[in-house]
Design a protein around this ligand. Structure first.
Ligand code: ADP
Ligand code: MG
Length: 394
């Protein structure tokens, strides 16, 4: 079954506007306003939980939160998106799985801070985000990272960015109930303008790598297919299980420890499906390293082939693409993109296409036309650039 998401939210507000709206909603001024960006993953898909390498960057679309701490343990949450109204919860009664709707993300952050013996008082929060929901750009992590940045400062907890990354992961895993890694929060909390975040998911070390598409005469297009196939959750779990099985049978702690040269051995030891899952992860890790080298040596114009190879690997070996993503990638490539791939967990969400600036319109038109001809929902197409990580705005 294929679900088409509701129209995207485009009502981004200036942060001073957000403070005024906070006052309107809660009858009091906020203590401050924080922002945290969504992210796009340039390359390195399903390598994070294999203790491998990823290369995401923070994008110029952000979640902004205005917050005021309270004297009691009540939390009151309001978003400019949707019509849910104010959601209330009590921080003294948080239990894993108890968060409803989008409240589970800010509550998961508060819960994770509590697990670290940090006292979190109740708070009022107004959220305004222009990160599209469910497009694979991590709108949920943008919320978490904005909230943890705010609470970290307002409570005086003083956590370093690396600790905030781990705390939001704990909130996701332990409270929200999503078995996610550290890539998205690392990009949102540790990203920097003009840079991609080269992250080693084993030791959390980060190297900021210049990614300047404009200097190479390129733009990075995001093609949000607006679809999310219903087998995504099961697909993610089964891919993780295959990777764990592959590592166990190959006698390594994680697939990160398997070199491309060992794939011939792996082909003899593993069944066909497990082997292809393993081959994706091992070659994808190598492609991340190669992309970092190519960016340094030749700039953004030299990584097109790596993006293409990543897509083929996800389509054929990891089998997490879908017809809409394949059509977006193929159409972008045949109309002038120098490289394109699906990005994010798969089974829907977005593709990225590195495109000569002069061909941007041609690629956009061609993708829109091909989707219409296939009878698919019209995609949302926009450019992204590497932006700064989470920060206080007011
Ligand atoms: P992704 O993180 O890839 O965008 P997810 O399914 O993980 O997709 O997160 C989407 C969820 O995040 C939404 O279902 C909603 O609960 C929450 N969310 C994101 N943005 C907003 C917003 N502006 N207002 C309220 N909830 C939001
Ligand atoms: Mg998410």
């Amino acid at each position: 079954m294929t679900r088409t998401r509701a129209a995207d939210h485009t009502g981004g507000q200036l942060h001073n506007g957000l403070a005024a709206r906070f006052e309107e909603a809660f009858g009091t001024v906020p203590d401050g306003v924080w922002q945290a960006p969504g992210r796009v993953n340039l390359i390195g898909e399903h390598t994070d939980y294999n203790e491998g390498f990823v290369l995401p960057f923070a994008i110029d679309k952000t979640a902004k939160v205005a917050i005021r701490l309270r004297d009691d343990s009540t939390v009151r949450l309001l978003s400019t998106y949707g019509e849910q109204g104010v959601v209330e919860a009590d921080l003294a009664e948080l239990t894993p799985g108890s968060g409803k709707g989008w409240s589970k993300y800010p509550l998961g952050v508060a819960w994770a801070l509590q697990q670290r013996n940090i006292t979190v008082p109740g708070f009022e929060l107004l959220l305004d985000s222009d990160v599209p929901l469910g497009a694979g750009l991590s709108s949920s992590h943008a919320i978490e990272c904005a909230v943890i940045s705010a609470l970290n400062e307002l409570t005086g907890a003083g956590l370093a960015a690396e600790d905030m990354v781990l705390a939001t992961q704990q909130g996701e895993n332990g409270f929200v109930g999503a078995p996610t890694g550290i890539m998205d929060q690392s990009a949102s909390l540790r990203g920097s303008k003009g840079k991609a975040v080269f992250l080693d998911c084993r030791d959390q070390s980060v190297q900021l790598v210049p990614f300047d598409a404009e200097a190479a005469g390129l733009v990075l297009l995001v093609i949000d297919t607006k679809v999310s196939h219903s087998h995504a959750d099961g697909g993610y779990a089964s891919r993780r299980a295959s990777c764990e099985l592959g590592a166990r049978l190959m006698g390594v702690p994680a697939l990160r420890d398997l070199a491309v040269e060992q794939l011939d051995d792996a082909a003899r030891v593993l069944d066909d499906v497990t082997f292809r899952r393993v081959r994706h992860v091992v070659t994808e890790n190598a492609r991340v390293l190669e992309t970092v080298e190519q960016l340094a040596a030749g700039g953004a114009g030299s990584i097109g082939g790596l993006l293409d190879a990543s897509h083929v690997s996800m389509r054929d070996d990891f089998e997490i693409s879908c017809p809409e993503l394949d059509l977006a990638v193929d159409t972008a490539r045949t109309n002038g993109a120098i490289g394109a791939r699906m990005t994010g967990g798969g089974f829907g969400g977005s593709a990225i296409a590195l495109t000569p600036a002069g061909l941007e319109q041609q690629v956009r038109d061609a993708v829109e036309r091909s989707f219409a001809e296939a009878g698919y929902t019209a995609p949302d197409i926009f450019t992204v650039t590497p932006a700064a990580g989470a920060s206080r705005l007011a």
